[in-house]
Design a protein around this ligand. Structure first.
Ligand SMILES: [Zn+2]
Ligand SMILES: [Zn+2]
Ligand SMILES: [Zn+2]
Length: 253
């Protein structure tokens, strides 16, 4: 199995429009971050996690030939607004989108024309598959366990795919759900910035104890804003098994 980080930036992306800070003006490509999304390839199966406003560019950059399913983490704009651009991947087949109830409602309200009985010609051919965080499911050979985590007050979905786990936009995880991460080799986990707390996203300092509890071989931080600091500088301050992810990074699991 391998994961490709398609985007590792928070909802505004990095650089942030109009900002002249050292991160937004950095010449290191690892400091440029499209909105958060990832591609997981397991044998012949290609799974997309989230589909935000940079989806089209991300697919062109990574040269993705097919997508077998989309796993949605939650309903926010920066994670779902690219769904209309799924069209090239749905010409020959219907694409299943795994989503919890809240996310399903948001997808239906953003893209009602994909769900009518009489569809406008050429719209994305998509189908919603409800996700219940209490039950695992399979896509081809890949075993997927959804986890319920909290994004501020509201519950969203994280996923464990075999020995890989993917968590974005989290501020809190209940102890029972944390146990589902035990044995994970590669843990992708979000942090908005290094230490200043935020209401709906955790920081690097809040992510580190979770990583330390799970003890993956490697952990990768995603969904970062420009206040995270320069990639090269922050990377040096982290434990040896913890890294900042960056756009285009590929990790074998
Ligand atoms: Zn987000
Ligand atoms: Zn900036
Ligand atoms: Zn969000």
């Amino acid at each position: 199995m391998r994961i490709t980080f398609l985007g590792t930036g928070t909802s505004t992306g990095v650089p942030e429009i109009g900002c002249k800070c050292e991160v937004c003006t950095s010449s290191d490509p690892r400091d440029s971050r499209l909105r958060t999304s990832a591609l997981v390839e397991d044998g012949d199966t290609t799974l997309l996690i989230d589909c935000g406003p940079d989806f089209r560019v991300q697919m062109l950059r990574a040269d993705v030939k097919k997508i077998d399913a989309l796993l949605m983490t939650h309903k926010h704009y920066d994670h779902l607004v690219g769904i209309d651009d799924l069209r090239p991947y749905t010409r020959d087949k219907e694409l299943p989108i795994y989503a919890d109830r809240e996310t399903e409602m948001q997808i239906r309200s953003f893209f009602p024309y994909c769900f009518g009985r009489v569809k406008y010609p050429g719209v994305a051919n998509i189908r919603i598959c409800p996700v219940d965080y209490k039950s695992s499911f399979r896509i081809n050979e890949t075993e997927i366990t959804p986890l319920r985590v909290f994004h501020g007050m509201f519950p969203i979905t994280a996923y464990r795919l075999g020995n890989l786990a993917y968590i974005t936009d989290m501020s809190y995880i209940e102890p029972g759900e944390l146990e589902k991460l035990k044995g994970v080799e590669v843990l992708v986990i979000n942090a908005l910035r290094f230490s200043k707390p935020h209401k709906t996203h955790q920081t690097v300092l809040e992510a580190l104890p979770i990583i330390d509890y799970i003890k993956p071989k490697a952990a990768y931080i995603t969904h970062m804003m420009h206040h995270i600091g320069l990639h090269a500088k922050i990377e040096k301050c982290l434990p040896s098994n913890v890294h900042l992810a960056y756009d285009g990074l590929v990790v074998e699991v």
